[in-house]
Ligand binder design. Structure first.
Ligand SMILES: C[S@@+](CC[C@H](N)C(=O)[O-])C[C@H]1O[C@@H](n2cnc3c(N)ncnc32)[C@H](O)[C@@H]1O
Length: 314
């Protein structure tokens, strides 16, 4: 099988001037009067919902340090710092435009900002952090995309990433099907975070292993493809994530893994309006289209929480 590497770093460094084109669930739930908030049982932002969910597993009000990678507009961290003022935060982002937005959103709070590609952060710099958050961005990291054009030679960067595939197969007993796209960047990230023995790691992204089967919303049902899917966005493509591979790596590092869909902490309020929109094969209004997209996202996104809070050596 041949591969090319899909990357988004140049887009994020040089071209991204708005996140509007890729409305993350976090941003969709930010405006107090957003339609998406009214679709949930409790009217709160994404960060507040997530914080109260994670609190069940992580002593958030006792931690000192948190790193958020790719924090977008900074809304999630703003919620976390208002609920846990004990936290000293670091925001690391490859995108100067978004880092500036984060500085505005987090002005006056105890936060450091760092412009860098996370893949280039030395492991030693991760050691101070007790919690690392990557929300809705794993799919931005390099993916090896399988193709069958035998005439296209692999470029040096693709070859460099392909060399890592054998290591992952051997070291973590991962198996990649012949035509499978490989979230090589996300695998490297989990290996790096677990190798640095970060006690708590939270990750989320569109998953190629989530599925949804509900007879009351037949047009929204989907099966798990099991193969990272291309998502075309403004100026770049990203890929959904195969969480079971990340899970295998984390387990090898003795992490406890908690994994599920966003519906575990964003509870849909099934009003008549929502039920009607979910029954429609084709949305009849902008509102119905937004409801369908939001509910699809709640099922398509997976989160994964990795915990290894046994004492760190050195
Ligand atoms: C889709 S946005 C998600 C933003 C935010 N976490 C949210 O949920 O709304 C992706 C974020 O990851 C950042 N990002 C993408 N590639 C990155 C990289 N290699 N290193 C650090 N940050 C990166 C982007 O600049 C952006 O802030």
């Amino acid at each position: 099988m041949r591969y090319f590497v899909n990357k988004t770093d140049l887009y994020h460094k040089h071209d991204l001037k708005t996140l509007g084109w890729e409305l993350t669930v976090c941003n969709a739930l930010f405006p107090e009067k957003s339609l998406c908030r009214t679709l949930l049982k409790s009217n709160a932002s994404f960060g507040v919902h997530l914080f109260h969910f994670l609190e069940r597993f992580i002593p958030l009000t006792r931690l000192k340090t948190v790193l958020e990678v790719g924090g977008g507009m900074g809304y999630l961290m703003r919620d976390f710092l208002s609920l846990a003022p004990n936290l000293q935060a670091t925001m690391l982002d490859i995108c100067p435009f978004l880092l500036e937005k984060q500085q505005q959103a987090l002005a006056g709070l105890p936060v450091k900002f760092h412009e860098l590609d996370f893949l280039h952060l030395p492991v030693v710099d991760l050691k101070p952090f007790e919690l690392v958050i990557l929300n809705e961005n794993l799919g931005d990291f390099p993916t090896l995309v399988a193709h069958q054009d035998s005439t296209a030679p692999a470029d040096p960067e693709t070859l460099q990433w392909m060399n890592k595939v054998d290591d992952y197969e051997e070291e973590f007993s991962l198996n990649f099907a012949a035509n499978e796209n490989i979230n090589i960047g996300a695998l490297a990230i989990v290996e790096k975070l677990c190798g640095a023995r970060i006690p708590y790691i939270y990750l989320s992204e569109h998953s190629c292993e989530s599925s949804h089967q509900d007879p009351s919303s037949p047009c929204l049902n989907f099966m798990a493809s099991g193969n990272p899917e291309k998502i075309s966005l403004k100026g770049h493509d990203e890929y959904s994530v195969k969480f079971s591979h990340l899970q295998k790596i984390a387990r090898q590092f003795q992490y406890k893994v908690i994994r599920g869909q966003y519906t575990d902490f964003l509870y849909l309020n099934l009003t008549e309006k929502v039920k009607t929109a979910l029954r429609c094969p084709t949305p009849l209004s902008d509102e119905q289209e937004l409801i369908q997209q939001f509910v699809y996202d709640l099922h398509k996104y997976e989160y994964m929480l990795l915990i290894n809070n046994s004492p760190r050596k050195g």
